[in-house]
Structures are given as C-alpha cells and as structure tokens.
Design a protein around this ligand. Structure first.
Ligand code: TXA
Ligand code: MG
Length: 311
C-alpha cells in the first residue's frame, strides 16, 4: 500500500513538472501541476489529447477552489453538498487565477473538483497547488479504474503511479456548468442528475451539442476498447463475448449479478478492459437501466460503441 514517503515523492515529482497518476473515487487521474504551462503541455502530449479539450483542476478543499473560480451562491451550495465527491463544476475563472490557460483550452471558465480519495487528498494537500488531471488513459480509450490499467496504458510516460486500490464509483465525475443563466449538465457521471436536482431545487439544463465540444465527454467515439461494442444485446451472437447485467447464462461476465446500477458503474471499465484483453472482435452488452448512475453508464457505452475516426 502507499505510504507517506510515496505521497511525498509524488508531490515532489508534480512540483518539478512531472506526471503522476493517482486514484480517485471515479477513475485514476493523470496529474500535472496546473500552474505550469510546460507540465500541462507534457500532459496533453502523454495522453495524445486534442488540446481543445479543457482539463479539470483538482484541489483538496472547497476553499482552495473558491480562490480559482467565481462561485455563485447556487454553485457554492452544490459543492457544499457533494465535495469531496464525483462532481465537477465549471465556473468563471477568478481574476488572477494561476491555472495555465492551456488547461482551460483558452476558455474564460475553469473546471474544479475535490476528489474523494484519502491518498489523493493527502497528495493535493502536500503539493498545495491545483493539479489538472484527465483520466489516466490514452485519449479515446477505456478509462482506468486500477493502478494496473494505468501501468498497461501509460506506464513509461508517468513518473509515479500511486496505487489506491480499485475505484469505488468507476465512472468519471458529473460535470455541471454555471456559465449560463441556469445550471447545465455537460457530462453525466458518478453523481446522478436526480441527486443534483434535489439540492438545486430545479431541473438541470442539458447541453447535447457534440459539434461544439465544451466537454470531450461529448465527443462521439470515446471510452473505446479495441473490440467493437454491440449494445442492448439480450444474448451474444456467435463469436461475441457477452457482458450482462443481472444473472444470465451467457458466460461469466456481468456488470452486476444483482442488477444494481451502482455496482455496474464500479465494474464497467474494469470489465471492458478484461474482455478487451481476451482479444474478441465484438463485445455484446446487455441493456442497462437509465436511472441514477445508469445515465452515465449508457452515455459511456454509447460513445464506446460510436463509429471511430480512422487512424
Ligand atoms: O472523474 C473525473 O472527472 C476524472 C478524475 C481523474 O477526476 N477526470 C476526468 O477528466 O474525467 P477528463 O479530462 O477526462 O474530463 C474532463 C471533463 C471533460 O468533459 C471536459 O470537457 C470538461 O471536464 N471540462 C473541463 N474544463 C471545462 C471547461 N472550462 N468548460 C467546460 N467543460 C470543461
Ligand atoms: Mg477521459
């Protein structure tokens, strides 16, 4: 397990402009010093990420976030309810915000999150500056939910990988923008829309225009394994592997034997990695309910199944 010496080594590596992979409750992140243009540029290069996709700045406490962005009363109320946790808010950059403009891809906004993992909160306290972190995978590929996934995908490009065990939530944070009149859902994620709307006291606007990628979660092919995906499959065709939901007779893989969407989210990326490792051409995936975090699971599956750009 990871101890304070490793956390301090990771903090030092970040301060020197290096890349550090760390666990969060959602997925593993690939972190860089958000205040360093060079470190952020290195991060984009390591991921192979189109630089118009802006990054989330991670901090250890809400107070640190309030120094970087301008929070309305409603935004403050929302983060008070869910931080640390799987919620990212997009707010106007504060005057004098030290975060690299490269991290915001030239936008006047900033995305902020306090992740809920003890090890990473300790790391963020130790570096004492914002850390940008996309999921620790090559751009477009399946997100990592274990340290082993990170090592397989990015191993050579990372100075340190902190191992905090498997991620408990398993899909990325929910992204809510406060840049418009009304709070807007930019990416469904580990925190359900219903839970957010209960605290806000009204429905979220939903932004769905994938031609304008405010959120790369909104680009088409994303989160993709090497295998093709066939969705809403009640049984596999010949030669396909089957990823079920609930108990079934089509092999050993199920997102949740008891048919629980929260458990399914936690297993989603791990099972996609595992089935992909078998080298099958197509993975057939059972229909998944859309309620709660099921909205995020369906969103990720749809993008993983989307037509892929020719490479
Ligand atoms: O759970 C998570 O959010 C993980 C862990 C590591 O924290 N991180 C993650 O980062 O998923 P990434 O880079 O894969 O996704 C960041 C999302 C994207 O949809 C991006 O477009 C959106 O946040 N985003 C970042 N900055 C933004 C901004 N200024 N305006 C609008 N969307 C923004
Ligand atoms: Mg990602």
């Amino acid at each position: 397990m990871t101890n304070s010496t490793e956390i301090n080594a990771a903090a030092e590596a970040l301060k020197k402009g290096g890349l550090v992979a760390f666990p969060t409750e959602t997925v593993y992140g690939l972190g860089a010093d958000a205040t360093s243009d060079t470190a952020v540029a290195k991060l984009f290069a390591a991921k192979g990420r189109p630089s118009f996709n802006p990054l989330i700045s991670h901090v250890h406490a809400a107070e640190a976030a309030f120094a970087l962005g301008e929070f309305s009363a409603e935004a403050k109320n929302l983060v008070a309810a869910f931080w640390p946790g799987p919620l990212t808010v997009v707010v106007p950059r504060a005057a004098g915000c030290p975060v690299s403009l490269l991290a915001s891809a030239g936008l006047s906004s900033i995305a902020l999150r306090v992740p809920n993992h003890p090890l990473t909160l300790e790391l963020l306290r130790a570096v004492d500056r914002p850390v940008v972190a996309p999921s620790a995978n090559l751009s477009g590929r399946v997100s990592p939910t274990t340290a082993a996934h990170v090592k397989r995908g990015l191993g050579k490009k990372v100075a340190v990988i902190l191992d905090g065990g498997p991620c408990t939530v398993g899909v990325e944070s929910t992204v809510v923008s406060f840049m418009n009149e009304r709070a807007t859902l930019l990416r469904p994620g580990g925190l359900s829309r219903g839970d957010i709307e209960k605290v806000l006291g009204h429905a979220l606007e939903i932004e769905v225009d994938s031609a304008q990628p405010h959120s790369p979660g909104q680009m088409e092919s994303h989160y993709a394994p090497h295998a093709f995906l066939r969705l809403d499959a009640t049984s596999p065709h010949k030669g396909e592997s089957y990823l079920g939901f609930g108990a079934h007779d089509h092999g050993p893989y199920t997102l949740s034997a008891r048919g629980d969407v929260i458990e399914a989210a936690a297993n989603l990326f791990r099972l996609l990695h595992e089935l992909d490792g078998l080298g099958v051409k197509t993975i057939a995936v059972a229909p998944i309910p859309h309620d709660g975090v099921g909205e995020a699971i369906n969103d990720r599956l749809r993008r993983a199944a989307a037509p892929r750009p020719k490479t």
